[in-house]
Design a protein around this ligand. Sequence first.
Ligand code: GDP
Length: 296
Amino acid sequence: MHFQWYPGHMTKAKRMMQEDIKLIDVVIELVDARIPLSSKNPDIDQIAKNKSRIILLNKYDLASQQQTNAWKSWFEEKGFFVALVNSKSGTGVKNVHEVIQQACKEKIERDRKRGIMNRPVRAMVVGIPNVGKSTFINSFAGRACAKTGNKPGVTKGKQWIRLNKNVELLDTPGILWPKFEDQLVGLRLAFIGSIKEEILNMSELSLELIKFLHEHYKGMLANKYEIEESEDSLETLTNIAVKRGCKQKGDLPDIDKAASIVVDDFRNGRIGRVTLEFPIFEEKEETEEVDETIKE
Ligand code: GDP
Protein backbone atom coordinates (compact mmCIF):
# COMPACT_ATOMS: atom_id res chain seq x y z
CA MET A 1 0.00 0.00 0.00
CA HIS A 2 1.37 3.41 -0.92
CA PHE A 3 0.77 6.73 0.74
CA GLN A 4 1.41 10.20 -0.37
CA TRP A 5 2.08 12.93 2.11
CA TYR A 6 1.61 16.63 1.74
CA PRO A 7 3.74 18.12 4.49
CA GLY A 8 2.55 21.67 3.84
CA HIS A 9 3.70 24.00 6.59
CA MET A 10 6.19 21.62 8.12
CA THR A 11 9.23 23.86 7.84
CA LYS A 12 7.41 26.71 9.52
CA ALA A 13 6.08 24.43 12.25
CA LYS A 14 9.60 23.18 12.93
CA ARG A 15 11.01 26.69 13.15
CA MET A 16 8.27 27.77 15.54
CA MET A 17 8.88 24.79 17.73
CA GLN A 18 12.61 25.44 17.85
CA GLU A 19 11.79 28.94 19.14
CA ASP A 20 9.22 27.75 21.70
CA ILE A 21 11.47 25.04 23.02
CA LYS A 22 14.05 27.63 24.11
CA LEU A 23 11.51 28.86 26.67
CA ILE A 24 10.76 25.59 28.34
CA ASP A 25 12.35 23.15 30.77
CA VAL A 26 10.53 19.93 30.00
CA VAL A 27 9.10 18.49 26.80
CA ILE A 28 5.96 16.37 27.28
CA GLU A 29 5.74 14.23 24.18
CA LEU A 30 2.53 12.37 23.48
CA VAL A 31 2.66 9.16 21.50
CA ASP A 32 -0.12 6.72 20.69
CA ALA A 33 0.28 3.66 22.93
CA ARG A 34 -0.78 1.41 20.02
CA ILE A 35 2.16 2.60 17.89
CA PRO A 36 4.66 4.30 20.23
CA LEU A 37 7.43 4.47 17.64
CA SER A 38 5.45 5.11 14.48
CA SER A 39 3.66 8.00 16.19
CA LYS A 40 6.99 9.50 17.25
CA ASN A 41 8.68 12.27 15.34
CA PRO A 42 12.19 11.54 14.08
CA ASP A 43 13.59 15.05 14.70
CA ILE A 44 12.34 15.74 18.21
CA ASP A 45 15.44 14.25 19.86
CA GLN A 46 17.53 16.84 18.08
CA ILE A 47 15.09 19.72 18.66
CA ALA A 48 14.66 18.88 22.36
CA LYS A 49 18.23 17.97 23.23
CA ASN A 50 19.34 19.19 26.66
CA LYS A 51 15.72 19.30 27.86
CA SER A 52 14.05 16.98 30.33
CA ARG A 53 11.92 14.55 28.39
CA ILE A 54 8.64 12.90 29.24
CA ILE A 55 6.83 10.36 27.08
CA LEU A 56 3.11 9.96 27.62
CA LEU A 57 1.76 6.68 26.25
CA ASN A 58 -1.65 8.15 25.47
CA LYS A 59 -4.78 6.19 24.52
CA TYR A 60 -3.42 3.28 26.54
CA ASP A 61 -7.06 2.25 27.00
CA LEU A 62 -6.91 1.05 23.36
CA ALA A 63 -3.56 -0.76 23.57
CA SER A 64 -2.53 -4.12 25.03
CA GLN A 65 -1.75 -3.68 28.74
CA GLN A 66 1.20 -6.04 28.65
CA GLN A 67 2.75 -4.38 25.59
CA THR A 68 2.19 -0.91 27.00
CA ASN A 69 4.11 -1.86 30.13
CA ALA A 70 6.87 -3.26 27.93
CA TRP A 71 7.01 0.00 25.99
CA LYS A 72 7.18 1.93 29.27
CA SER A 73 10.29 -0.03 30.26
CA TRP A 74 11.73 0.42 26.79
CA PHE A 75 11.45 4.20 26.92
CA GLU A 76 12.71 4.33 30.51
CA GLU A 77 15.77 2.39 29.44
CA LYS A 78 16.39 5.15 26.89
CA GLY A 79 16.31 7.76 29.67
CA PHE A 80 12.76 9.07 29.30
CA PHE A 81 10.34 9.61 32.15
CA VAL A 82 7.17 7.76 31.17
CA ALA A 83 3.50 7.74 32.13
CA LEU A 84 0.44 5.90 30.84
CA VAL A 85 -2.55 8.16 30.22
CA ASN A 86 -6.07 8.05 28.91
CA SER A 87 -6.63 11.75 28.25
CA LYS A 88 -10.21 11.16 27.20
CA SER A 89 -11.33 9.73 30.53
CA GLY A 90 -8.63 11.47 32.57
CA THR A 91 -7.11 8.23 33.90
CA GLY A 92 -3.45 8.72 34.79
CA VAL A 93 -3.48 12.43 33.94
CA LYS A 94 -3.01 13.72 37.51
CA ASN A 95 0.03 11.48 37.89
CA VAL A 96 1.81 13.58 35.25
CA HIS A 97 2.45 16.28 37.91
CA GLU A 98 4.61 13.84 39.84
CA VAL A 99 6.42 12.75 36.66
CA ILE A 100 7.21 16.40 35.82
CA GLN A 101 8.75 16.89 39.27
CA GLN A 102 10.88 13.78 38.81
CA ALA A 103 11.96 14.80 35.33
CA CYS A 104 12.94 18.29 36.53
CA LYS A 105 14.55 17.22 39.80
CA GLU A 106 18.07 18.22 38.75
CA LYS A 107 16.94 21.58 37.45
CA ILE A 108 14.99 22.36 40.63
CA GLU A 109 18.04 21.38 42.68
CA ARG A 110 20.30 23.58 40.54
CA ASP A 111 17.93 26.52 41.00
CA ARG A 112 17.85 25.94 44.74
CA LYS A 113 21.65 26.00 44.99
CA ARG A 114 21.67 29.31 43.17
CA GLY A 115 19.11 30.67 45.61
CA ILE A 116 16.27 30.60 43.10
CA MET A 117 13.32 29.27 45.01
CA ASN A 118 9.92 28.25 43.76
CA ARG A 119 10.38 29.12 40.12
CA PRO A 120 7.77 27.05 38.31
CA VAL A 121 9.05 24.66 35.68
CA ARG A 122 7.85 25.43 32.19
CA ALA A 123 6.43 22.60 30.13
CA MET A 124 5.25 22.14 26.58
CA VAL A 125 3.15 19.42 24.98
CA VAL A 126 4.24 18.10 21.59
CA GLY A 127 3.18 15.30 19.25
CA ILE A 128 1.99 14.38 15.78
CA PRO A 129 -1.61 15.23 14.78
CA ASN A 130 -4.39 13.24 16.42
CA VAL A 131 -2.37 11.73 19.29
CA GLY A 132 -4.55 13.60 21.77
CA LYS A 133 -2.60 16.78 22.56
CA SER A 134 -5.65 19.07 22.94
CA THR A 135 -7.56 16.45 24.90
CA PHE A 136 -4.59 16.01 27.23
CA ILE A 137 -4.07 19.74 27.76
CA ASN A 138 -7.75 20.24 28.56
CA SER A 139 -7.76 17.35 30.97
CA PHE A 140 -4.44 18.26 32.61
CA ALA A 141 -5.18 21.97 32.95
CA GLY A 142 -8.78 21.26 33.94
CA ARG A 143 -10.37 24.23 35.62
CA ALA A 144 -7.05 25.78 36.53
CA CYS A 145 -7.09 27.19 33.05
CA ALA A 146 -6.24 30.74 34.18
CA LYS A 147 -3.93 32.25 31.60
CA THR A 148 -0.93 34.07 32.99
CA GLY A 149 -0.64 36.44 30.05
CA ASN A 150 2.40 37.33 28.05
CA LYS A 151 5.78 37.07 29.63
CA PRO A 152 8.60 39.48 28.97
CA GLY A 153 10.74 38.23 26.13
CA VAL A 154 8.07 35.87 24.91
CA THR A 155 6.56 36.17 21.45
CA LYS A 156 3.40 38.20 21.74
CA GLY A 157 0.33 36.07 21.93
CA LYS A 158 1.96 33.14 23.64
CA GLN A 159 -0.06 32.08 26.62
CA TRP A 160 1.01 30.13 29.64
CA ILE A 161 -1.37 28.17 31.78
CA ARG A 162 -0.39 28.24 35.44
CA LEU A 163 -1.26 24.75 36.64
CA ASN A 164 -0.13 25.24 40.24
CA LYS A 165 2.80 26.86 42.03
CA ASN A 166 5.19 24.36 40.47
CA VAL A 167 4.24 24.18 36.79
CA GLU A 168 3.43 26.44 33.86
CA LEU A 169 2.26 24.94 30.59
CA LEU A 170 2.41 26.52 27.15
CA ASP A 171 -1.23 26.56 26.08
CA THR A 172 -0.68 25.60 22.43
CA PRO A 173 0.91 22.24 21.69
CA GLY A 174 3.78 21.79 19.27
CA ILE A 175 2.69 19.84 16.22
CA LEU A 176 5.22 17.35 14.94
CA TRP A 177 5.15 15.38 11.72
CA PRO A 178 5.52 11.60 11.52
CA LYS A 179 8.16 9.61 9.65
CA PHE A 180 6.23 9.97 6.44
CA GLU A 181 8.82 8.37 4.20
CA ASP A 182 8.40 4.97 5.83
CA GLN A 183 5.56 2.91 4.29
CA LEU A 184 5.15 0.65 7.34
CA VAL A 185 4.78 3.72 9.55
CA GLY A 186 2.18 4.99 7.07
CA LEU A 187 0.27 1.73 7.30
CA ARG A 188 0.21 1.81 11.10
CA LEU A 189 -0.92 5.43 11.13
CA ALA A 190 -3.66 4.45 8.68
CA PHE A 191 -4.80 1.61 10.98
CA ILE A 192 -5.36 4.02 13.86
CA GLY A 193 -7.04 6.61 11.64
CA SER A 194 -4.34 9.27 11.44
CA ILE A 195 -4.26 9.46 7.66
CA LYS A 196 -6.86 11.18 5.52
CA GLU A 197 -9.55 8.72 4.42
CA GLU A 198 -9.54 10.00 0.83
CA ILE A 199 -6.09 8.60 0.14
CA LEU A 200 -6.85 5.18 1.57
CA ASN A 201 -8.23 2.03 0.04
CA MET A 202 -10.39 0.72 2.89
CA SER A 203 -10.60 -2.87 1.64
CA GLU A 204 -6.85 -3.13 1.27
CA LEU A 205 -6.35 -1.53 4.67
CA SER A 206 -8.76 -3.89 6.37
CA LEU A 207 -7.12 -6.93 4.74
CA GLU A 208 -3.75 -5.78 6.11
CA LEU A 209 -5.33 -5.30 9.53
CA ILE A 210 -7.00 -8.72 9.47
CA LYS A 211 -3.67 -10.29 8.50
CA PHE A 212 -1.90 -8.57 11.41
CA LEU A 213 -4.59 -9.50 13.92
CA HIS A 214 -4.64 -13.12 12.79
CA GLU A 215 -0.88 -13.30 13.17
CA HIS A 216 -0.52 -11.53 16.53
CA TYR A 217 -3.94 -11.69 18.19
CA LYS A 218 -5.33 -14.95 16.85
CA GLY A 219 -8.95 -15.53 17.75
CA MET A 220 -9.77 -11.89 18.47
CA LEU A 221 -11.70 -11.42 15.21
CA ALA A 222 -13.37 -14.81 15.55
CA ASN A 223 -14.47 -13.84 19.02
CA LYS A 224 -15.72 -10.38 18.09
CA TYR A 225 -17.67 -11.33 14.96
CA GLU A 226 -18.43 -14.95 15.82
CA ILE A 227 -16.91 -16.22 12.60
CA GLU A 228 -14.21 -18.62 11.45
CA GLU A 229 -10.82 -16.93 11.17
CA SER A 230 -8.95 -18.11 8.08
CA GLU A 231 -5.30 -18.00 6.98
CA ASP A 232 -6.72 -16.15 3.98
CA SER A 233 -7.63 -12.60 5.06
CA LEU A 234 -10.13 -12.15 2.24
CA GLU A 235 -11.96 -15.25 3.37
CA THR A 236 -12.13 -13.89 6.93
CA LEU A 237 -13.43 -10.55 5.62
CA THR A 238 -16.02 -12.37 3.51
CA ASN A 239 -17.11 -14.35 6.57
CA ILE A 240 -17.56 -11.07 8.45
CA ALA A 241 -19.58 -9.60 5.55
CA VAL A 242 -21.87 -12.63 5.50
CA LYS A 243 -22.28 -12.68 9.28
CA ARG A 244 -23.08 -8.98 9.36
CA GLY A 245 -25.50 -9.23 6.45
CA CYS A 246 -23.45 -6.87 4.25
CA LYS A 247 -24.83 -7.59 0.79
CA GLN A 248 -24.59 -6.03 -2.60
CA LYS A 249 -26.51 -6.62 -5.84
CA GLY A 250 -27.19 -10.28 -6.56
CA ASP A 251 -26.89 -11.17 -2.87
CA LEU A 252 -23.10 -11.15 -3.02
CA PRO A 253 -21.22 -10.26 0.17
CA ASP A 254 -20.35 -6.55 0.27
CA ILE A 255 -16.63 -6.63 1.06
CA ASP A 256 -16.18 -2.84 1.08
CA LYS A 257 -18.93 -2.40 3.64
CA ALA A 258 -17.47 -5.11 5.88
CA ALA A 259 -14.02 -3.56 5.49
CA SER A 260 -15.27 -0.22 6.82
CA ILE A 261 -16.97 -1.94 9.74
CA VAL A 262 -13.78 -3.80 10.73
CA VAL A 263 -11.54 -0.73 10.50
CA ASP A 264 -14.03 1.43 12.37
CA ASP A 265 -14.50 -1.18 15.11
CA PHE A 266 -10.74 -1.49 15.44
CA ARG A 267 -10.12 2.27 15.72
CA ASN A 268 -12.70 2.58 18.44
CA GLY A 269 -11.34 -0.30 20.47
CA ARG A 270 -14.38 -2.48 19.85
CA ILE A 271 -12.33 -5.44 18.61
CA GLY A 272 -10.07 -5.41 21.63
CA ARG A 273 -6.97 -3.76 23.08
CA VAL A 274 -4.30 -4.08 20.43
CA THR A 275 -0.72 -2.85 20.16
CA LEU A 276 0.48 -2.73 16.56
CA GLU A 277 4.23 -2.66 17.08
CA PHE A 278 6.43 -4.22 19.70
CA PRO A 279 9.55 -3.00 21.49
CA ILE A 280 12.87 -4.67 20.80
CA PHE A 281 15.13 -4.69 23.83
CA GLU A 282 18.85 -4.61 23.33
CA GLU A 283 20.56 -7.54 24.97
CA LYS A 284 22.50 -6.70 28.08
CA GLU A 285 26.04 -7.97 28.33
CA GLU A 286 26.61 -10.61 30.96
CA THR A 287 29.37 -8.89 32.89
CA GLU A 288 28.97 -10.65 36.23
CA GLU A 289 30.28 -14.03 35.10
CA VAL A 290 33.34 -12.39 33.58
CA ASP A 291 34.07 -10.70 36.92
CA GLU A 292 33.94 -14.07 38.69
CA THR A 293 36.64 -15.47 36.41
CA ILE A 294 38.87 -12.47 36.99
CA LYS A 295 38.62 -12.94 40.78
CA GLU A 296 39.80 -16.54 40.51
P1 GDP B 1 -4.51 16.39 18.74
O1 GDP B 1 -4.66 16.56 17.27
O2 GDP B 1 -3.19 15.77 19.08
O3 GDP B 1 -4.76 17.64 19.53
O4 GDP B 1 -5.61 15.29 19.19
P2 GDP B 1 -7.04 15.50 19.88
O5 GDP B 1 -6.88 15.98 21.29
O6 GDP B 1 -7.90 16.31 18.98
O7 GDP B 1 -7.56 13.99 19.95
C1 GDP B 1 -7.78 13.20 18.79
C2 GDP B 1 -8.85 12.15 19.07
O8 GDP B 1 -8.36 11.19 20.01
C3 GDP B 1 -10.13 12.71 19.70
O9 GDP B 1 -11.23 12.06 19.11
C4 GDP B 1 -10.00 12.36 21.17
O10 GDP B 1 -11.25 12.20 21.80
C5 GDP B 1 -9.26 11.05 21.10
N1 GDP B 1 -8.46 10.77 22.32
C6 GDP B 1 -7.54 11.59 22.90
N2 GDP B 1 -6.96 10.98 23.95
C7 GDP B 1 -7.51 9.75 24.04
C8 GDP B 1 -7.31 8.62 24.93
O11 GDP B 1 -6.46 8.62 25.83
N3 GDP B 1 -8.06 7.51 24.67
C9 GDP B 1 -8.97 7.44 23.66
N4 GDP B 1 -9.66 6.31 23.50
N5 GDP B 1 -9.18 8.47 22.82
C10 GDP B 1 -8.47 9.61 23.00
